[in-house]
Write a protein that binds this ligand. Structure first.
Ligand code: ADP
Ligand code: MG
Length: 719
């Protein structure tokens, strides 16, 4: 007999003929492992079915019974079809209906036993189950799944499932799977059961005995079994929360395997050597000190020290600088840039938008005015001629620092000796862009900065191969921003408040959301609002409008005029979201605040509170507002700590939406969930690191990473 293990192709299983195997292949399942690692999406306690007589309207329930009759019911609307079924148990009978699923007439037949899961609804036709989930537990003939006459399997058995396995599907806690190809839940369950039974008793386990003992984890084989067919007495609530011992073990395994790749990637890059490392002399210290416009905070000093220490090492730096909005990351990056340039290297500073790149450029140029360093700005709108000149200078080495957008990543840009890459707001760039920019030098130092803090699990995931510097301290003299949320019916009070603030010498932002689908409508709303504020509400004040559709130089003119104090109020779409820095702005009024994401609101709030005065953030919301919307506003009024807000944002939105980009280095997971299971990631990281230090395990684990990791997690390989 062929040894059966996780790598066995599915078609060697009983009940899977060529046709079904092809069907499974189409949905990405080709081995027993693929199949067994496709876990139930929920569990139903069918150990205790409700009786039909005991059902109450509105309460979800599972019943089992026999079909008395079923069929399509004609309706007056020609294309509208209702499938109706009467089902009976020993306590009574009940009607179930499905709308527009005429194919059900080929699925159900009288006398079949079915499990129905749904809510009893009170309708004009009486009490009925409406579109319940269903499963035929006996009396269907789909067990003949494959066409008759197809060859039997190698073992010479008929290509069909065991008959009457009702005990698998009822009378216990039953796994419910997402539908796979043409497989019904029942067939899938039967196949899973069969595969589990065939697994060798000594199934290999990537988690060592020691590790399992330390982390209190059960072995792999038991975990696989129990995750699909929970042992009697397992609380269904724990299962559905993915907190049973089996699930916890499997989640840990997944995180552990994932972290192996991350740890190896980090170790690999630590084996690289820069052509030369930076040195620090008194002259360089003096050069850096000269450009400093203020005293650094303790956190800034510490971050700079960590960065400079990296630059002095022979290995390339790979560091993430995490700091809240306004914590002063730019100056930290600039200090690193000066060290690099003084050491004869070139520096590339990449920002996600033109506005931001430009603002960095203007700031840095001002700070470096008295230095001999030459810098340039390279964006998509840099004219071709200028771009060519710049490229020549970069190649020749006469340009020391280039600030730019992803235009920097584009092909013809080459450097003479790129020693430091700084990437602002990394999460807006893909992993590939980071790698491409890095490849323009020979193992350059890389410093990545985030716009807002990244929750710990995501940092361990998408930035898991980076060292981290954290700045929690704000520059001195800042007052915490006062934040309030108000319904927009209180608009008049808010306007009075803004008027008073302006009388005290402050300026204000009024922000409009710009949702992509309704860009035109929103733009009109913003434009009308600007007119309304200028003419009706604040005729005595100067009001300006800024939006993304304006030409670059028009935007710059407005922004610069606002920064100079020429306008009292700036009405804007979210283009001011990142970067802009006007210390005198004291009020941030956000219209339709219920529409914004949490991090986005926090970013917007970060535009004020940059000067010595008390600043305010006012969140105006309109009804209807969702529970989530309410929670977001509450989080914002409760705290100004960006680290707390980031965690909350992740909890509310999930990891995919947190970054808002697919290519941000999030792994494809089969059982773990970065939010739900976040506390396991850190332990998994520690254990992965320890396992790779163990010579007995190292080779096998490294082989897994080399051969399977990239595909397994859907990420760029490690090489
Ligand atoms: P972010 O971390 O959001 O990128 P910035 O680097 O833009 O923050 O800094 C925010 C503001 O704080 C800027 O106006 C900057 O000049 C100022 N700033 C930064 N560090 C200090 C400091 N140590 N003392 C005073 N002001 C500072
Ligand atoms: Mg910044």
């Amino acid at each position: 007999m062929i040894p059966f293990d996780l790598q066995t192709p599915l078609q060697f299983m009983k009940g899977v003929g060529p046709r079904r195997a092809a069907d499974l292949q189409r949905v990405g399942l080709s081995t027993v492992e693929d199949f067994l690692y496709r876990f139930p999406i929920r569990y139903e306690d069918r150990g205790s079915f409700q009786t039909i007589a005991s059902l109450r309207p509105g309460v979800p329930a599972t019943i089992v019974g026999e079909i008395l009759g079923c069929g399509l019911r004609p309706t007056r609307r020609p294309r509208f079809k209702i499938f109706e079924m009467i089902v009976r148990d020993h306590t009574g009978s009940l009607r179930a209906i499905w709308f527009n699923q005429p194919f059900l007439k080929d699925v159900f037949r009288p006398h079949q036993r079915v499990v129905l899961f749904g809510k009893l609804e009170l309708t004009p036709h009486g009490l009925q189950l409406q579109s319940p989930q269903y499963e035929i537990v006996r009396g269907d003939d789909e067990t003949e799944g494959e066409v008759a006459g197809e060859p039997a399997t190698a073992r010479g058995e008929a290509d069909r499932l065991e008959p009457d396995e009702e005990t698998l599907h009822t009378g216990r806690i039953v796994p419910v799977y997402e539908k796979t190809g043409h497989l019904t839940a029942k067939v899938q369950r039967t196949l899973v059961h069969q595969a589990l039974g065939l697994l060798p008793a000594d199934l290999s386990d990537p988690l060592s005995l020691d590790l399992r003992a330390r982390q209190d984890l059960i072995d792999r084989r038991t975990a696989l079994h129990d995750a699909h067919f929970p042992p009697e007495g397992t609380p269904v609530a724990a299962l559905n929360a993915f907190r049973s011992p089996a699930q916890r073990r499997l989640i840990f395994e997944e995180f552990f395997l994932f972290q192996l790749g991350i740890v190896l990637r980090k170790r690999r890059s630590e084996a690289d050597r820069k052509p030369r490392s930076a040195v620090i002399t008194d002259a360089i210290r003096e050069s850096a000190r000269r450009v400093l416009p203020f005293k650094l905070t303790g956190d800034q000093k510490r971050a700079i020290k960590e960065i400079v220490d990296d630059m002095k090492r022979p290995q390339p730096m790979n560091r993430l600088l995490q700091g809240d909005v306004g914590s002063g990351k730019t100056i930290v990056a600039l200090m690193a840039a000066i060290v690099a340039i003084e050491n004869g290297f070139q520096v590339a500073f990449m920002a996600p938008t033109e506005i931001l790149a430009e603002q960095h450029f203007i700031n840095i140029r001002r700070l470096l005015e008295t230095s001999r360093f030459r810098l340039a700005l390279l964006t998509g709108s840099t004219p071709a001629k200028k771009r060519r000149e710049m490229q020549a200078e970069l190649g020749g080495g006469s340009l020391h620092l280039v600030v730019g957008t992803h235009a920097l990543v584009e092909d013809p840009v080459g450097f003479r000796e790129l020693g430091l890459v700084i990437i602002d707001e990394q999460h807006r760039f893909g992993v590939m862009q980071r790698a491409t920019l890095r490849s323009k030098g020979q193992h350059p130092d890389v410093l990545v900065m985030t716009a807002t803090p990244i929750p710990r699990t995501l940092a361990l995931t998408t930035y898991g191969d980076l060292d981290v510097s954290i700045m929690r301290e704000m520059p001195p003299g800042r007052h915490p921003i006062k934040t309030i949320a108000k319904p927009e019916t209180r608009r008049d009070e808010i306007y009075d408040f803004i008027r008073k603030q302006v009388e005290e010498g402050r300026q204000a932002y009024v922000i409009y959301p710009l949702v992509e689908e309704s860009e035109k409508v929103d733009l009109r709303a913003a434009t009308e609002m600007a007119d309304h504020l200028a003419q009706d509400i604040f005729p005595e004040l100067r009001v300006a409008l800024l939006h993304g559709r304006m030409k670059q130089d028009a935007k710059d003119r407005v922004m610069q005029a606002f920064a100079r104090g020429d306008y009292h109020i700036l009405v804007s779409t979210t283009v001011v979201e990142v970067g802009v820095d006007v210390a005198n702005a004291g009020v941030m009024l956000v219209e339709h605040a219920e529409r914004f994401g949490l991090s986005q609101l926090h970013q917007l709030r970060g535009r004020v509170g940059r000067g010595p005065h008390q600043s305010y953030c006012i969140l105006l919301y309109q009804f209807p507002i969702t529970d989530q919307g309410r929670e977001r506003l509450k989080a914002l009024t409760d705290t100004t700590d960006g680290f707390v807000i980031a965690e909350k944002d992740l909890e509310l939105r999930g990891p995919g939406d947190f970054f808002g980009t697919r290519q941000s280095g999030l792994p494809t997971l089969r059982v773990g969930d970065l939010v739900r299971d976040h506390q396991l990631m850190e332990e998994a990281r520690r254990e992965a690191s320890a396992a790779l230090d163990d010579p007995a395990q190292e080779e096998g684990l490294a082989t897994f990473v080399r051969e399977s990791w990239a595909q397994r997690f859907g990420l760029v390989g490690i090489g």
